[in-house]
Design a protein around this ligand. Sequence first.
Ligand code: TTP
Ligand code: MG
Length: 357
Amino acid sequence: MISSKEKNKKGRQRIILHIDMDYFFAQIEERENPHFKGKPLIVGADPREGRGRGVVSACNYEARKYGIKSGMAISRSYKLCPHGVFLPVNMQLYKKVSESIFSIVREFSSEIESVALDEAYADLTRRVKNFKEAKQLAEKIKRKIREKERLTCSVGISVNKMMAKIACELAKPDGIRVITSSQIFPVIDDMGVEAVPGIGPKTKEVLAEKLKKKNPRIKDGKLFSKKKLVELFGKRGEEFYEKFRGRDKSPVVTERKAKSVGKEYTFQEDTKKAETIIKVFKKLVSEVYKETKKRKIKGVTVICRYEDFETHTKQTTFEPQTYSKDFLLKKGMNLLLKFLAGSNKKIRLVGFRVMIK
Ligand code: TTP
Ligand code: MG
């Protein structure tokens, strides 16, 4: 039986997907430098400079065999594996890849929440009928990411965010794991309490002490009453009480999607000069394009306010699609030229707006 909290407003069990790129920064570096593939690769601070202050940001599986982990002092990782390949962090590149990954995921589900550069949740409840379909969708996402970015990722699918994240962890690397509601206890009961998102070393220590057990399991966590957990951890205690039982009602918080994005410009002096107006207009289109180029749009609007403050809009709509800057400019210019041809009044303000799917 699953708790009613696992159900959405319509009473249906939710289907939540969690996606996490495998050894993200390090995998991108392997892609960029194929000759490093197969060698221990560590991305982070320079191990030689200043005697290696700073930390490991990411490392590949070969490096992990030497006990290297992200967050570790870079000097320590150097001692563990002096022959490893050490590369600096190229954040600009990783951000670009991250954006591309999220836009791929967004093609398959509009309800996504990115929680880190390489990690996102998607609520598939309204998108698929069952876990089988969710898994097929995950396969498609993985394939697209592999084809487009030449990178692997792992995907977890379950009834809530906590369980989807745990499923994803179990799927690593390059896998898909589904955990249905009846599989929750068999899967999590014997995991260490630190597998619960939000439980770190300090919380684990408190639980270990109370339970008189060095490495408490999630099922041991169920021995605490809710009252006791609140006494120990405050508000977080309530959350742990639920999570020891595999329950998590937190929603996937979709990025607030603007329905439209637009820019406008008021001239210093009202004008009829087509050249001036078109120049400004092109700039507006460019700005709007920059903000929306990854999204699907279904129309464009041009706004004109005349010297007497009378304001008119003209609009074109089309099938939702991703698009080029030229496409946007063409659609916009068609409308703008109608304004310019249609009136003798001077223009005070011009605006451009796209409607997002
Ligand atoms: P993670 O998803 O935690 O790790 P990962 O992708 O390297 O490996 P895994 O296969 O286990 O998912 O973090 C994603 C990226 O975020 C990681 O490549 C580097 C960066 N990062 C840091 O910069 N500092 C950190 O402390 C951690 C944990 C990650
Ligand atoms: Mg990752």
